[in-house]
Ligand binder design. Structure first.
Ligand SMILES: Cc1cc2nc3c(=O)[nH]c(=O)nc-3n(C[C@H](O)[C@H](O)[C@H](O)COP(=O)(O)OP(=O)(O)OC[C@H]3O[C@@H](n4cnc5c(N)ncnc54)[C@H](O)[C@@H]3O)c2cc1C
Length: 416
């Protein structure tokens, strides 16, 4: 089939519904958190709006149809993510992070595990959140370190029919839950044997939030993403049944990689949404403000060229995010390279695009008269989180590049 980027009627309807939802509901996030000093208070204040997101079917969309969900494709979610993020990044991040925590089950879980864990989230009266805990308190960049004494320092030891998990995690989005006592469910990256390196011992274990020994030890006050939940979580000898292991020991970091290629594509959509918001702002200003001159500043070619470059950035990012999403959907989530590339490209383009929009507007952009400085606060998170762009470049893309059978045309040709 020839290349075709045309959105079908269902995708166009989904895009419009997400746009309308963003205008009707996500615009209320900023007023809801205004004046709230503590990060957890801001997160809690978004709960009624998150409920509306669940009610509108966006949580269910994450779950496969055969388990009672809406079975949205990655392309569908990326389209929605762009529309949401143009208005707000907080609730989409809460939603996406829950999706990330359930993704190991979707990709590696048994039928019994899926039935057991997905069911709760799909009850219409529930607004549960899940949390993917991979970043260690000491840092997340070296989770695959081959030295067994380093890397992931959260451990699970087996006793009879249970795993007993101990360790401290940082930043697991949603990890504090709606009541500050914990998320409904965690996917915890740990190691099952301290004497073996991660490639042999890393594992993802699902930990229900009501298990004894989970402690929310504090919250991180982040520069942007002000209404998301970024806690510190301690797992103190937390016992879960052996059946909560997803896949097998040694697969933990590989599972992370596939899950992060999925979020990578979606983050591409989110970054495109932020870039659109920045463009709209700069474009409107350029068309209407003369800055004490005689003509609107768009009439100065230097300004016009910058606007053109901004538009190019947006289009290029959008189509890379779409391509990565489509690749993930059509190669059974094996589009690791493109997913990560989309994350890196779109997030770095996003920071540059917001900065470019600020340069076009000038000093007014650095004030509360315009949303651009706020957009910059959001944009700066994208290259830093989800593994960090330098980290995923090094651990995943560079490692891939060094394999003897690396095929630089694989992504373009759509082969896994
Ligand atoms: C909004 C937001 C949401 C997040 N959500 C989650 C979440 O849901 N779950 C979660 O677990 N985490 C989450 N994080 C954390 C995040 O994904 C981290 O960016 C990631 O784990 C990378 O870890 P780090 O930045 O702590 O790296 P660190 O380990 O602290 O490393 C810091 C820096 O040191 C350098 N460095 C370290 N080791 C090496 C090396 N071997 N070679 C070269 N350079 C090196 C690099 O410059 C690196 O960037 C979130 C963060 C934010 C801001």
């Amino acid at each position: 089939m020839a290349i075709d980027f045309t959105l079908n009627a269902q995708q166009q309807a989904l895009q419009k519904a997400a746009r309308d939802f963003a205008e009707q509901v996500l615009t209320k996030v900023k007023p809801a958190i205004a004046g709230l000093a503590r990060p957890e208070e801001r997160f809690f204040a978004t709960r009624p709006l998150y409920r509306q997101m669940v009610k509108a079917g966006y949580f269910a969309a994450l779950i496969p149809r055969e388990y009672g969900g809406g079975g949205a494709t990655t392309v569908d979610l990326t389209l929605a993510a762009e529309e949401f993020a143009r208005v707000d990044v907080n609730l989409p991040t809460t939603l996406l992070s829950s999706g990330l925590a359930l993704k190991p089950l979707m990709l590696y879980g048994t039928d019994a595990q899926k039935r057991r864990f997905f069911g709760d989230f799909l009850k219409p009266e529930h607004d549960y959140v899940a949390s993917f805990a991979f970043t260690e308190e000491q840092g997340g960049a070296n989770l695959e370190c081959p030295d067994p004494s380093a890397g992931i320092q959260t451990f699970a030891r087996r006793e009879g029919d249970e795993w007993i998990i101990s360790g401290r995690k940082s930043h697991p989005t949603n990890g504090g839950g709606w009541d500050g006592k914990g998320a409904h469910l965690y996917a915890v990256l740990c190691r099952t044997d301290p004497s073996k390196p991660p490639l042999e011992s890393s594992a993802i274990i699902m930990v229900p939030g009501d298990a004894e020994g989970i402690e929310v030890t504090g919250y991180i006050d982040t520069l942007g993403h002000r209404a998301t939940c970024s806690p510190h979580i301690a797992f103190n000898e937390v016992r879960v049944p052996v059946e909560n292991l997803v896949g097998r020991p040694g697969q933990g970091t590989a599972i992370c990689k596939r899950c992060f290629s999925w979020t990578g594509a979606l983050i591409g959509g989110i970054c495109t949404g932020i870039m659109r918001a920045a463009f709209d702002c700069a474009y409107e200003f350029a068309k209407t403000d003369k800055r004490a001159g005689t003509v609107p500043i768009i009439d100065h070619p230097t300004v016009g060229y910058q606007l053109v470059d901004l538009r190019i950035r947006i289009e290029a990012s959008r189509y890379l995010a779409w391509k990565a999403s489509h690749y993930i959907d059509t190669t059974d989530y094996r589009g690791e390279e493109l997913g990560i590339m989309a994350k890196i490209h779109c997030s770095e383009s996003c920071v540059q695009a917001v900065y470019d929009a600020m340069r076009i507007v000038g000093v007014t952009s650095y004030s509360d008269r315009m949303p651009l400085a706020g957009l910059m606060q959001e944009a700066l998170a994208f290259p830093i989180y989800d593994g960090g762009n330098m980290g995923v470049r090094r651990r995943w893309l560079y490692e891939m590049l060094k394999t003897p059978d690396y095929n630089p045309l694989a992504a373009a040709q759509g082969v896994a």
